[in-house]
Each structure stands twice: as structure tokens, then as C-alpha cells.
Design a protein around this ligand. Structure first.
Ligand code: GSH
Length: 200
């Protein structure tokens, strides 16, 4: 299997955490600067986003779609709760995906030369972090620091990425405790984002 991603990508990390917890081997192909849009960079994904999974003849786009594909193929018992139909858990997934998109908006805006300060479009992205942290704190019972599941992989991928790029960090003590406990698992720490890459 081949995962087209970047070492710092938060959307890719939740898939990598699942692959790692299953002990599935894969090669990571670094897509480099995802703000660029050369045709072949994204393994045929017309949305020009990573991650993309290549598995034999199959190509799978989108992190949650890839996660569900891996579960159906390798873990019918769904040990990490990827195929949940619980409405609150799926709301949490939606909130986290929205926060992660806000991260991308700010980073790629700045990376492509936009001034992201005092601009309503980017101010709204930053407000998503504040409101998102409040929502996560109010729904903290959905997470499990002792035996992490896909939702926990999702949370730590977002929080670590935000911090790595200096975007935001939660003030809520329970959320910080949860984050630190998740970071304490060697299986999670192993894929922590590297120092941010600065593209010329
Ligand atoms: N819904 C997609 C979002 C993926 C995404 O936004 N990936 C970022 C990198 S972490 C990206 O490729 N961004 C390029 C862009 O927004 O142009 C998923 O879950 O895989």
C-alpha cells in the first residue's frame, strides 16, 4: 500500500494512526507543498488533496473514506469505531474535520502570500478553533484517553497540527489533559508532526 500524504498533514495522520494500530505496512509518498496544483501530485485525486491511498488497482480519496475502506478490508470487528453510526460521535467527527479545514485555510492562505490578519474570512477560521474547543470540551465524554479509538486519533491529529503551526491551543483543562494523555501513547507519539516545513 502507498499513502500519498505529507509528514505534517493532519488529515493523513488520522489514517496513518489507524494503519499503525493495525500494524499494516505502507509506503508514504510525500506530496510536498499541497498548495501547488501540478496534475500528478495528488495521485489522480481531482480535488487535489491528500491523503490518497493506493492499494493494488484501487485508489481511495479522503481520510474517512480511506479509514472505512481499511476497516472493511482488515478489521470487520471495527475495533477502533471507524464505522460508528452514533450521531454524537459523527458530530464530533464533523466538528474536527471542520477545525482541520480551518487550519488548512489559514496555513495555505499564508503560504500562498495572503495576509490572514484582520480579514473576516480568516478571522472566521480562527473563531472555528475557539468554538470548536468549547464544543469538544462540552462533549469530552466521547473521547477515551486510555484506549484510543479513531475519534481520538482524529482529535490528536488536529490538536498536534494546530500547535505545530502555532495556530491555536485549547485553554480548557480537561481537553489539555486528554491531549497530553493521548500524546503519552508511544503508538500515537510515533507519528507526531515534524517541525513545519517552509516552502520557498
Ligand atoms: N476531506 C479531505 C480533506 C483533505 C485536506 O484538506 N488535505 C490537505 C492537506 S492536510 C490538502 O491537501 N490541502 C490542499 C488544498 O486545500 O488545496 C480528507 O479528509 O482527506
Amino acid at each position: 500500500m502507498q499513502l500519498v500524504a505529507t509528514p505534517a498533514s493532519h488529515f493523513a495522520r488520522k489514517v496513518r494512526l489507524l494503519l499503525d494500530h493495525y500494524g499494516l505496512a505502507y509506503d508514504m509518498v510525500d506530496a510536498g507543498n499541497v498548495a501547488e496544483f501540478s496534475e500528478d501530485k495528488f495521485a489522480g485525486n481531482p480535488l487535489m488533496l491528500v491523503p490518497v491511498l493506493n492499494d493494488g488497482d484501487l485508489t481511495v480519496y479522503d481520510s474517512d473514506h480511506i479509514a472505512a475502506y481499511l476497516v472493511r478490508k482488515h478489521d470487520p470487528a471495527d475495533r477502533y469505531g471507524v464505522l460508528t453510526t452514533d450521531v454524537r460521535e459523527l458530530n464530533a467527527r464533523t466538528v474536527l474535520n471542520g477545525m482541520m479545514s480551518a487550519e488548512t485555510r489559514l496555513l495555505l492562505g499564508a503560504r500562498t502570500g495572503l495576509n490572514t490578519e484582520n480579514q473576516p474570512f480568516f478571522d472566521k477560521a480562527r473563531a472555528v478553533f475557539t468554538k470548536g474547543f468549547d464544543w469538544l470540551d462540552a462533549n469530552i465524554d466521547l473521547f477515551n484517553a486510555e484506549t484510543p479509538r479513531y475519534l481520538d486519533f482524529h482529535l490528536i491529529s488536529s490538536l498536534d497540527h494546530m500547535e505545530c503551526y502555532g495556530l491555536a491551543t485549547p485553554d480548557q483543562p480537561p481537553l489539555r489533559v486528554l491531549r497530553d494523555k493521548l500524546r503519552g501513547h508511544a503508538s500515537i507519539a510515533a507519528s507526531s508532526p515534524p517541525e513545519p516545513v517552509v516552502y520557498a
